[in-house]
Design a protein around this ligand. Structure first.
Ligand SMILES: Cc1ncc(COP(=O)(O)O)c(C=O)c1O
Length: 491
């Protein structure tokens, strides 16, 4: 319960009420009368509207008139407070003593906690595998959990081999290394993505070429890809590889992309960090390119607290990656090394978490897809809210549900949603900022979807990622839907 410094009088000016609001934890002031009774509450939004109506900084609080706030006795139960918040669609309740003098404020976040974007969803099954590792003293970057995890991951991703690593970024890096990427090589990569898709290209001093998104799945545009391939083929300067991201778990248009890649003989690396469990044309995401990378970061569909994997049908490539992931030791009785290599292996303990998590993958994916459907249905009647679409014959993992806010119909920037939702205890994030707009990528070649029109910047400026965790309750999700609806309508 919070109260200090939240009270003002009817004579307080807008200027000093704004100062009070600035210093308060809960952004709400209570106007008290001479007897210490609540006249009304005033929020930032009330003040903004008053200023728009013509009030100025010297206008006193009496301007707002009287409107008794929703109050509960100071000993009200958590349940009673939450029910009152729900019944009145409010985020803060004033608590009062027996004489109805306000004595405290409670907000929803302090009662329910923050709804996070994509928190880890861990159960107890993982503990059995971890326990085995401890009991057998396999606390090392090798062991039965690691082998079992890799075996199962290869099955789940429809591949012959899998290599468990310390991160998805490491997997992408090794994919480039086993393709013999050298300084100056060009590597095409999806423009609308997290920076980890691109960083490993820079580790090798290769040159990224940023391929725009298309507007359906928001993934690599086959149109842009084709234009660039034609140009580079004419110049005799084809890329070493194409890194295709499956954004937020939705597959890229792999049929078109693979057809082009095959036509020009360029290998495809799938960045499937976000799409484990998705299917494209009835095959698992990550089973289409030459090599694919997954991430088991804490915010992903399944997690090993931090980790990743490289998968392929080419056992020789995975064997090479395994050597590169363990300091590149040559086959010799002594320690002999002839190439630059890394310490990228996943530990047997973390692979135990991975085994437990992988057992639950279908549930986790189904839960995220269910979250997406509830958002889609719950927000369907609000004009101007759209979603990423699946390409034909494809079912995305819906790692994150992202809303696309049409500026012609909703006169609010996604950040206004983000701030307002944060104040209500709901964590959201902007969509990934396109690579060609990053300071890191200044001067890099960017290939727009059509000759003149870029798609990724618009998606970035209009979109917002909503909480999508597989353990999120339907009550929490209803709260988010109600909050988004209210902001869209009031805006
Ligand atoms: C699209 C994409 N690629 C690569 C990565 C890198 O994975 P990691 O964090 O495991 O290195 C991530 C996630 O973090 C991602 O979202």
């Amino acid at each position: 319960m919070i109260f200090e410094n939240h009270t003002i009088s009817s004579r307080t000016t807008i200027r000093s009420a704004m100062e009070t609001l600035d210093s308060c934890q809960i952004k709400l002031c209570i106007i008290l009368d001479a007897d210490g009774h609540a006249v009304r509450t005033v929020s930032d939004g009330d003040i903004r509207r008053a200023l728009l109506e013509g009030a100025d900084l010297q206008t006193p609080m009496s301007y707002f008139g009287a409107k008794r706030p929703v109050m509960l006795p100071e000993d009200a139960s958590r349940q009673a407070i939450l029910e009152t918040m729900h019944a009145h669609a409010i985020q803060v309740v004033v608590l009062c003593d027996a004489k109805e003098h306000p004595v405290g404020l409670v907000d929803r976040t302090s009662l329910e906690g923050m709804i996070l974007l994509s928190p880890p969803h861990i159960g107890m099954a993982e503990m059995d595998y971890i326990h085995e590792a401890f009991a057998d003293n396999w606390v090392a970057p090798a062991g039965p959990n690691l082998e079992a995890f890799e075996h199962r991951l290869a099955e789940v991703s429809g591949r012959k081999s899998a290599l468990a690593l310390s991160s998805g970024t490491a997997a992408l890096h090794l994919a480039l290394r086993v393709l013999d990427t050298v300084p100056g090589d060009r590597v095409y990569v999806s423009d609308l993505t997290f920076v980890a898709s691109l960083q490993p290209i820079l580790y090798e001093h290769a040159v990224p070429v940023l391929i725009d998104a298309e507007p359906v799945s928001w993934n690599m545009s086959p149109l842009a890809l084709e234009r660039q391939l034609v140009l580079d083929a004419q110049a005799g300067n084809l890329p070493k590889a194409i890194v295709v991201v499956h954004l937020y778990g939705q597959s890229a248009d792999m049929a078109a992309i693979l057809q082009l890649a095959n036509r020009y003989g360029v290998p495809v690396i799938e960045d499937a960090a976000e799409s484990l469990g998705a299917t494209y044309q009835n095959r698992p995401s990550g089973s289409h390119g030459l090599l694919s990378a997954f991430s088991f970061n804490g915010n992903k569909i399944i997690t090993t607290s931090g980790g990743g994997a490289l998968v392929s049908d080419r056992n020789d490539l995975i064997d090479r990656a395994r050597i590169l992931a363990t300091q590149g030791r040559d086959q010799a009785d002594h320690y002999q090394h002839s190439q630059i290599a890394y310490n990228y292996r996943m530990s047997n303990v973390l692979a135990g978490i991975g085994r437990g998590q992988l057992d639950l993958l279908p549930d986790r994916v189904a839960a995220r897809q269910g979250v997406f459907r509830r958002y889609r249905d719950g927000l369907a009647d609000i004009p101007g809210i759209g979603f990423q679409s699946d390409p034909e014959n494809s079912i995305g993992s819906r790692w994150l549900t992202v809303i696309d806010l049409n500026p012609d119909l909703i006169d609010l920037h996604p950040y206004q949603f983000m701030r307002s939702l944060r104040a209500q205890g709901i964590e959201t994030r902007p969509a990934w900022k396109p690579m060609h707009m990053q300071p890191l990528c200044q001067g890099m070649r960017f290939v727009p979807h059509t000759g003149s029109d870029a798609v990724a910047p618009g998606l970035f400026l209009r979109s917002l990622c909503l909480p999508s965790g597989s353990a999120m309750s339907t009550a929490a999700q209803d709260r988010i839907i109600d909050a988004v609806r209210l902001i869209a309508q009031e805006g």
